[in-house]
Design a binder for this molecule. Structure first.
Ligand code: HEC
Length: 149
């Protein structure tokens, strides 16, 4: 009894230090998350759509289509896509844009209009089939089909 009590005391101290450190680290991460540079997802996304937003951000789709899919002068906005696409069709498109563009006049027109096209397996760049598994592409598709404006 007498010999064990100091050990208990040390353990308590140790535990307390761990908790303090963890709290400090959390505060740090939260602080970074709120930084001006870090992109934040639009509100109201479900889990799958949020994963899609993350993948969209990680794969740098925003470098062409804008961080919030607003488009840029040189690349199209990704809004109102529900009119044209189902989830599965979007997955096929992301897997091999060129093949889909060929059979879709609306996209062929866009591909002509914008000088830098979608990264595609059949073009020189590796495309997204290499970079993301179907599950991830599906999540991106779910995110793209949400109207965030
Ligand atoms: C190098 C620039 C570039 C990048 C990077 C890029 N895109 Fe595109 N995207 C385009 C262009 C240009 C088009 C127009 C049609 C085409 O060329 O296929 C397009 C078209 C699209 C379309 C069809 C739009 C419509 O009107 O139906 C979708 C969906 C899309 N992109 C999603 C994505 C996603 C998701 C990513 C990231 C995984 C991505 N794009 C990355 C340039 C880009």
């Amino acid at each position: 009894m007498v010999r064990r009590s100091p050990v208990g005391g040390i353990n308590m101290k140790h535990t307390f230090r761990l908790i303090t450190m963890t709290a400090a680290m959390c505060a740090c991460v939260i602080g970074l998350g709120c930084g001006a540079q870090a992109p934040t997802p639009p509100p109201g996304l479900n889990g799958m759509q949020l994963a899609g937003w993350q993948a969209y951000t990680d794969l740098n789709c925003g470098s062409c289509h804008g961080d919030a899919r607003e488009g840029q002068r040189s690349e199209p906005a990704l809004t109102g896509l529900g009119k044209y696409w189902t989830t599965d069709q979007l997955v096929s498109y992301l897997t091999d844009p060129d093949a889909v563009v060929k059979s879709t006049p609306r996209l062929a027109y866009k591909a002509e209009k914008y000088s830098i096209g979608m990264p595609s397996a059949s073009a020189k760049s590796p495309g997204y089939a290499d970079k993301a598994r179907t599950e991830k592409l599906k999540a991106i598709a779910e995110y793209l089909l949400v109207d965030i404006d």
